[in-house]
Design a protein around this ligand. Structure first.
Ligand code: SF4
Length: 360
């Protein structure tokens, strides 16, 4: 177990002996038969995903989707789904979809008592940081992230000691402990703006060495790196993109800035998940290849059936730990509860709020 996972699993006993299930009470396990009523209730959802989920698979998915949508009302829960969730989750049960920070910010605006975070654990922590009074659940506590696991709070303190006066910016993909040690947070959308906001000649941008290098290529500020990487995006190569261009003439290639700089250089456009989605919806290219986690292409494809998606599929094994069945169990059994030490949460929130205030 990693330090951040351990921090998240601080039992409620540290504060109270009550579990989330004690507080919210049990609910009966629903029948999961594909009845005519379930078929009728889920028909509008199937309409949204029919281009990517074969009709033969729907009877296996629909009862769980239907049950989750009933349960979340009974629990006064809001389901947050990251862009990398599979289409059954993204289009079937989510109330709010987007990137991790969008999700956490939107959740603060709801009157839900419970947040079910369909994403990885640093995202659940970010939601808890911004909504300390809500109960935050993650359907699988083992849903980690290679970037978040690449650095600890002690590592950040070491960077500060060795580099006094150099601002430390953390990408949102870090634990609450790490955010608490940093000056400000950033996303892939606003990293350049945050880097330049300090008005100094060098900053650290941690932990993604590729995001830092890609931002460094656009500014005169020296962007110092930490040796972390996203295990999904670093697998793409520039040669792979060149090969796809040969076999798919005319294809537009758009890449996430967590990819190595030579991949970004080979792409027609690079941007955050939100910017990539906007790019496809606005430009409507005949053929597109999204160089990112492959469920995102599935989710965008269902909304843009006129665009032909070429899918070089790199799945995030951590994101794929979140399934419909685990979401159902999460709501029934009120597990796994994400708890962040209030003192850490308060300092981490400052780093996130500095970024939000910068944006406005
Ligand atoms: S896709 Fe990469 S950055 Fe996102 S959760 Fe998976 S490992 Fe982390």
């Amino acid at each position: 177990m990693t330090p951040s996972q351990a921090a998240m699993m601080i039992p409620d006993a540290a504060v109270s002996s009550e579990t989330a299930l004690d507080r919210f009470g049990p609910l009966p396990r629903p029948d999961l038969a594909f009845t005519p009523q379930v078929a009728e209730a889920t028909a509008p959802i199937y309409e949204k995903v029919k281009h990517i989920i074969p009709a033969i698979e729907w009877p296996a998915l629909a009862p769980t989707i239907h049950a989750i949508n009933i349960l979340k009302k009974q629990r006064n829960a809001v389901i947050l789904a990251h862009n990398y969730m599979t289409p059954d989750i993204f289009h079937g049960v989510a109330d709010i979809v987007g990137d991790s920070l969008q999700l956490a910010i939107e959740a603060t605006r709801t009157d839900a008592d419970v947040i079910v975070q369909c994403g990885v654990h640093f995202m659940a922590e970010t939601s808890k940081i911004l909504s300390p009074d809500k109960t935050v659940l993650i359907p699988d506590m083992k849903a980690g992230c290679s970037l978040a696991e690449s650095i600890t709070a002690a590592d950040v303190r070491g960077l500060r000691e060795r580099n006094p006066g150099v601002p430390i910016i953390t990408y949102v993909n870090t634990s609450a402990d790490v955010k608490a040690e940093c000056d400000i947070c950033c996303t892939s959308s606003n990293a350049l703006q945050v880097v330049e906001s300090f008005g100094v000649d060098k900053v650290f941008l941690i932990p993604d060495k590729y995001l830092a290098a890609n931002v460094g290529n656009k500014t005169d500020v020296e962007v110092l790196i930490w040796d972390g990487a996203c295990e999904v995006h670093e697998r793409f190569t520039a040669q792979e993109l060149r090969d796809y261009r040969k076999i798919e003439p005319g294809v537009k290639i758009i890449a996430h800035p967590e990819c190595p700089p030579e991949v970004v250089a080979e792409a027609d456009f690079a941007g955050s998940t939100a910017h990539m989605i906007d790019w496809v919806k606005t430009r409507r290219p005949e053929k597109v290849m999204m160089i990112t986690e492959c469920s995102m292409a599935d989710n965008v494809a269902s909304e843009t059936p006129d665009v032909d998606f070429i899918r070089p599929c790199n799945l995030c094994p951590h994101m794929k730990r979140i399934t419909l069945n685990k979401i159902l169990d999460s709501l029934l059994e009120m597990k796994e509860e994400v708890v962040v030490d209030p003192a850490v949460a308060s300092r981490a929130r400052q780093a996130v709020e500095r970024m939000i205030n910068l944006k406005s």
